[in-house]
Design a protein around this ligand. Structure first.
Ligand code: SF4
Length: 159
């Protein structure tokens, strides 16, 4: 008998992984319930972006924890910054943060954003994100695992 994909989808379990139980003694969430983030690529190799795409894809689905990416910094609660900060991106990064209303948060995602990673000291590089704007949350890894990014972002919403 011929299979109908739409019917298969209706009766197939979702691929989303079960959320781990919340930690018992977690710090209070900065944005309880939901957090909107503007992503800024300050000089990434795009490896971190590939993992961030997975964070918002069905398996990790950070949207179910109230975390969303938005197009404008004026609609955001903070920045999700990837990559070491290049000379050309230092001023745009500062200006983008200025456009985010307070209270706000800056998340440095990936080794390059946290401490310069493999590009530390390279020509054309200002330094890690913390050398340009104040960083609140660091997610190490090259690139970080999507589940590690999801867990860090869950810490913002407490969900
Ligand atoms: S941390 Fe690794 S994957 Fe992410 S931008 Fe740097 S080199 Fe690329």
């Amino acid at each position: 008998m011929r299979r109908i994909p739409v019917l298969d989808a209706l009766f197939t379990r979702p691929v989303t992984e079960t959320a781990p139980p919340p930690a018992r003694h977690k710090p209070p969430a900065r944005f309880p319930g939901s957090a909107q983030l503007r992503h800024v690529d300050a000089g990434s190799c795009n490896g971190c972006e590939v993992e961030i795409a997975q964070v918002f894809a069905p398996v990790c689905d950070a949207g179910r924890f109230g975390v969303r990416l938005v197009a404008s910094p004026r609609h955001a609660d903070g920045l999700l910054v990837t990559g070491v900060v290049t000379r050309n991106m230092a001023t745009p990064l500062e200006k983008t943060l200025e456009a985010v209303p307070r209270p706000r948060v800056v998340v440095a995602c990936g080794d390059c954003a946290v401490d310069g990673g493999v590009f530390a000291g390279a020509y054309g590089v200002v330094g890690p994100v913390g050398d340009v704007v104040p960083v609140d949350v660091e997610i190490p890894g090259c690139p970080p695992d999507p589940t590690a990014i999801t867990e860090a972002l869950r810490g913002l919403t407490g969900r």
